[in-house]
Write a protein that binds this ligand. Structure first.
Ligand code: SF4
Ligand code: SF4
Length: 128
C-alpha cells in the first residue's frame, strides 16, 4: 500500500473522490473487505506520487488517525501483503491471467521520504 484506512473512519466520503487513481472504496462495496469503513486498495494506491505533493485523501480527511501509513507496495513486502490478504485485512484483486496482483506481479510507487519507522508504527499520513 501505501496508506491504510483505520477503524477511526467515520465514512464521511470526503476522501474517495480526491484519489487520482480511484483506489478508495466506500463501505458496502463488494471489493471492500470491511462493512463499516472505507478501504484503500493497496495494489492501486501510488501515495499520490506524480499527482500531488502529499496524499490527497489525507488532506481531505477530517478524522485524526483514520488514514495511516502502510508498507510500500514493493516486492520486499510481498509476503507481508500476501499474509494480510489471507487474514482479510486486504482484498487484493485477482487478475484472470496474472492471478493475485501482489507486489511481485506489479509494484506501485511510494514516497521514499516516509521512514520505515513511520510506516511500521502506522503514523498519521496527515502529519507528513
Ligand atoms: S495516497 Fe493518493 S493514491 Fe493513495 S489512496 Fe490516498 S489519494 Fe489515493
Ligand atoms: S475522509 Fe477519512 S473519515 Fe471520511 S471516509 Fe475517508 S478515511 Fe473515512
Amino acid at each position: 500500500m501505501a496508506v491504510r484506512i483505520t477503524d477511526e473512519c467515520i465514512s464521511c466520503e470526503a476522501c474517495a473522490s480526491e484519489c487520482p487513481v480511484a483506489a478508495i472504496l466506500e463501505e458496502g462495496n463488494e471489493k471492500n473487505p470491511f462493512d463499516d469503513i472505507f478501504y484503500v486498495k493497496p495494489e492501486s494506491c501510488v501515495e499520490c506520487v506524480d499527482h500531488a505533493d502529499t496524499p490527497r485523501c489525507a488532506e481531505a480527511c477530517p478524522t485524526e488517525g483514520a488514514i495511516v501509513w502502510d508498507m510500500p507496495y514493493t516486492s520486499d513486502f510481498n509476503d507481508y501483503y500476501a499474509s494480510k490478504n489471507e487474514e482479510g485485512i486486504y482484498k487484493i484483486r485477482e487478475h484472470k491471467k496474472k492471478g493475485l496482483m501482489l507486489p511481485s506481479v506489479k509494484e506501485q510507487k511510494f514516497i521514499a521520504e516516509v521512514s520505515m519507522e513511520e510506516r511500521e508504527s502506522g503514523a498519521n499520513v496527515s502529519d507528513f
